[in-house]
Design a protein around this ligand. Structure first.
Ligand SMILES: Nc1ncnc2c1ncn2[C@@H]1O[C@H](COP(=O)(O)OP(=O)(O)OP(=O)(O)O)[C@@H](O)[C@H]1O
Ligand SMILES: [Mg+2]
Length: 386
């Protein structure tokens, strides 16, 4: 698989309205630049009726572009706006990345203070709204489609981690960032977004329910961002897809609220099959489903070194590599770092975690190394956020 730069020879209007005389726009020939007016028309004046969602960085609208294509138009909020030069440079990097399992960035609008991203529109919403049921959905996910979805996401992430040069760490793999197209092909969205917002803003919207449950402990506590922290998040997502359950459910009895903890307990008892989504009515390949959960446990091992690379995960999911000869130990759980009152004791706090300040990288080099986090939470209310 390769990256295919898509070239647009069009001369774009500059942010100031004049055509092509801004220094920053020179060299932007392979990113489609949209005028604000064009996106206003596409979204019928950013009407509420066309608003399809709101995330940590702004609102998303559905729109029809001049070429007739549907687009998801993400209007970054004022705090998410970055300097023009950096924004354009990063947009350029992201827009040349093409893969069947990645949402395609068509281009952007940078007129005046606007920072707007224009993506390929996906018909079937996100896994959070469909499979995990945070919205009403009529979609049915049988075992074959779940298996295809897991493999597709793994391939998309393996591509970002191992084929793109320099590689990209997603940082926010979660069910709401997995969109589905007409035939339920999964597409990872928001990759590279960390590069498009100011360094003092977290890519992780800690206010979004459930988001923190995807974070590798070393990322949440010490801010260590590596490909292995993405792999941890993928592992959580994998178990969610097989079980049809969110990573945390406070309606369940204590001890069963955290999906990974439940998966580990069932694994130890040799009863993993009990975790598979009951809505499948027993119509699934039990051996394969249990293997997927085991891969989820491997991806979420406490020590990042024990987590397999994404290309290995793809092979395991596809049955090209065995899982059975791998030793699985207890997964890393943020909840284990808390005391009985749900607080993080001083000895477990790092100095650079998501809830404390700057992020750092571990021994594995990363492409995005210097993002800092505006702590919406400190470690003392981490438990309520989990
Ligand atoms: N390309 C797209 N096609 C169709 N719908 C989309 C697309 N991109 C985003 N959406 C919709 O907009 C919603 C909001 O997306 P957004 O990325 O802003 O927030 P989020 O993923 O829920 O949270 P976060 O800000 O933490 O990523 C998504 O849940 C999805 O329903
Ligand atoms: Mg998103």
């Amino acid at each position: 698989m390769t990256c295919f730069p898509f070239l647009f020879g069009k001369r774009a209007k500059s942010p100031t309205g004049s055509v092509g005389n801004d220094e920053e726009l020179l060299g932007m020939h392979n990113v489609r630049l949209y005028t604000y007016k064009e996106l206003k028309v596409a979204t019928e004046d950013f009407s509420l009726a066309n608003k399809i969602g709101e995330g940590g960085f702004g609102s998303v609208y559905k729109g029809r572009l001049r070429n007739g294509k549907l687009a998801a138009i993400k209007v970054l909020s004022a705090q998410s706006r970055q300097g023009l030069k950096e924004f354009l440079a990063e947009t350029k990097v992201i827009s040349v990345i093409e893969h069947e399992n990645l949402v395609q960035l068509y281009g952007c609008c940078v007129e005046n203070n606007h920072r707007i991203l224009v993506y390929n529109y996906l018909e079937n919403n996100s896994l959070a709204q469909t499979l995990l049921g945070r919205g009403s959905s009529s979609l049915q996910f049988d075992w074959q489609s779940r298996s295809r979805i897991c493999i597709g996401i793994a391939r998309g992430l393996a591509f970002l981690h191992e084929d793109v040069q320099p590689y990209i760490i997603h940082r926010d793999i979660k069910a709401s960032n997995i969109l589905l197209d007409r035939d339920l092909t999964p597409k990872i969205s928001d990759f590279g977004l960390a590069r498009l917002v100011p360094a003092n803003m977290s890519h992780i919207s800690t206010g979004v329910a459930g988001t923190i449950g995807y974070l590798a402990p070393e990322y949440a506590i010490r801010g260590q961002v590596t490909r292995k922290s993405d792999i941890y998040s993928f592992g959580v997502l994998l178990v969610e897809i097989v079980s049809g359950r969110c990573n945390k459910n406070t309606k369940l009895p204590i001890g069963e609220q955290y999906l990974l903890e439940t998966a580990w307990n069932l694994y130890e008892r040799g009863e993993l099959v009990l975790l598979v989504d009951m809505s499948l009515n027993g119509d699934f390949d039990a051996e394969e489903a249990c293997k997927y959960i085991k891969i989820g446990l491997l991806c979420t091992q406490d020590s990042p070194k024990l987590r397999p690379s994404m290309s290995t995960v793809v092979k395991m999911l596809m049955g090209e590599m065995s899982v059975e000869d791998r030793k699985i130990t207890k997964p890393g759980l943020l909840s284990d770092l808390m005391d009985p009152r749900g607080k993080i004791p001083e000895k477990n706090k790092g100095s650079d975690g998501l809830f404390l300040g700057n992020s750092t990288t571990s021994s594995e080099p990363s492409t995005v190394t210097t993002a800092t986090f505006t702590a919406q939470y400190d470690t003392n209310n981490l438990s309520s956020a989990l």
